[in-house]
Design a protein around this ligand. Structure first.
Ligand code: GLU
Length: 449
């Protein structure tokens, strides 16, 4: 990736920093996209004349609200809720909700900005948005989670609708939370509006494969990248950071395709199991018991737990960051490349720092950026919306086939766009340019809105 931007784009970027002070993750996400767009503006000057980049970088609407709730002891807590509705030129606002103590406006805006391009790459009719709260679900009882979700939805509901804005999950928001929020939405509005949330349970309008989709999709994308080098996951040693929903189903699909995942992690430490990660046990620890990954050694005494360890120091063929933003820096990237890693595919959103991205691109290894690689989650959300709109539900096999096809289409689009703009093999440019072109053309057609 060139770190140079044309003077015009540099000015646009400086203006965005000035208008959005302190939102460092948002600045980072914007810069990464802008660094790809120079040649696009040369080829399509009307996109510059119509100030499409400036318009995309300014959310259509930003909602910030108070979320009061009571814990089991009766104590009152106040959290902050967010929904940033970034762009609706391709469809209703779409994107997940994140509940994590690190959440502030800058995090939601980086995620919402990325979501615009990711959703555009799927080819499905979904705009871009993101939301969440600085609420920390860790250690909370089920009743506390329910009361928080109900309070959160009591404000958010007025901004949602199947044709307006359709949230889903992200870090800290899974099937349980979506269920509580759907229940509260239904109660307040007196409408059984299935298409207003995705990631729902299978008993009330959810889609098969949605739970697995982000991880499975990421592995499909990496398989496609490997295929361009006549390689596959078969026999490859892999490491997957994280141990939440994305990591779990990334590991599952890698194992299905004949690779071996030897390490995963959480924010406290790293588990290394040279025999291959026992995924059933990880699911038991994380999905059923909701405990920390350290518990893995209770059953596997020969596995190693490294508190505070760095997963990227472990030699591997394929690395898949599936935890959170900026979890892999320049030094980590250098280590991976030096240890012979041939492919990196991002299941998380923006897990690699700009220095890390530079190392990957300069090394020439296969590098799949999150907005392309992890698009399978939101794509399957769009498939859930399709099923809801037609009051239908599809089989697992059919839905997974649709997901696999979407991922291979995204891969092809990114691959060909990178070639067309003179940087073959650069999936960062491919994803940024192809996503931007889809949204930009739609915006041009709709006039100044
Ligand atoms: N949070 C996921 C993402 O980052 C999924 C969003 C959705 O399904 O709407 O794309």
């Amino acid at each position: 990736m060139s770190t140079q931007m044309s003077e015009r784009l540099e000015n646009v970027y400086q203006e965005i920093i000035k208008r959005n002070p302190g939102e460092v993750e948002f600045h980072q996400a914007v810069r990464e996209v802008l660094e790809s767009l120079g040649p696009v503006l040369v080829k399509y000057p009307e996109l510059a004349e119509q100030k499409i980049i400036e318009r995309i970088a300014e959310p259509e609407r930003q909602i910030i609200f108070r979320v009061p709730w009571q814990d089991d002891k009766g104590e009152i807590h106040i959290n902050r809720g967010f929904r940033v509705e970034f762009n609706s030129s391709l469809g209703p606002y779409k994107g997940g909700l994140r509940f994590h103590p690190s959440v502030y406006l800058g995090i939601i805006k980086f995620l919402g900005f990325e979501q615009i391009f990711k959703n555009a790459l799927t080819g499905l009719p979904i705009g871009g948005a993101k939301g969440g709260s600085d609420f920390d679900p860790k250690g909370k009882s089920d009743n506390e989670i329910m009361r928080f979700c109900q309070s959160f939805m009591t404000e958010l509901y007025r901004h949602l609708g199947e044709y307006t804005d359709v949230p889903a999950g992200d870090i800290g928001v899974g099937g349980r939370e979506i269920g509580y929020m759907f229940g509260q939405y239904k109660r307040i509005t007196n409408r059984y509006e299935s298409g207003v949330l995705t990631g729902k349970g299978l008993h009330y309008g959810g889609s098969l494969v949605r739970t697995e989709a982000t991880g499975y999709g990421a592995v499909y994308f990496v398989s496609e990248m490997l295929r361009t080098k006549k390689q596959s996951f078969g026999g490859k040693t892999c490491i997957v950071s994280g141990s939440g929903n994305v990591a779990i189903y990334t590991i599952e699909k890698i194992h299905e395709l004949g690779g071996k995942v030897i390490a995963c992690s959480d924010s406290n430490g790293v588990i290394i199991d040279k025999k291959g990660i026992d995924l059933d046990f990880v699911k038991q620890i994380k999905e059923v018991e909701r405990r920390r990954i350290k518990a893995y050694t209770e059953k596997h005494s020969d596995a190693i737990y490294q508190p505070g360890g760095k997963i990227w120091d472990i030699p591997c063929d394929v690395a898949m960051p599936c935890a959170t933003q900026n979890e892999l820096n320049g030094k980590d990237a250098e280590k991976l490349v030096k240890n012979g890693c041939v492919a990196v595919g991002e299941g998380a959103n923006m897990p690699t720092t700009p220095e890390g991205i530079r190392v990957f691109l300069e090394s020439g290894i296969l590098y799949g950026p999150g907005k392309a690689t992890n698009a399978g989650g939101v794509a399957t959300s769009a498939l859930e919306m399709q099923q809801n709109a037609s009051r239908d539900s599809w089989t697992f096999e059919y839905t997974e086939k649709r997901l696999a096809k979407i991922m291979s289409n995204i891969h092809e689009l990114c691959f060909e766009t990178a070639e067309e703009f003179g940087t073959p093999g650069n999936y960062v440019n491919g994803a940024n340019i192809a996503g931007f072109m889809n949204v930009g053309q739609a915006m041009l057609s709709m006039g100044l809105i």
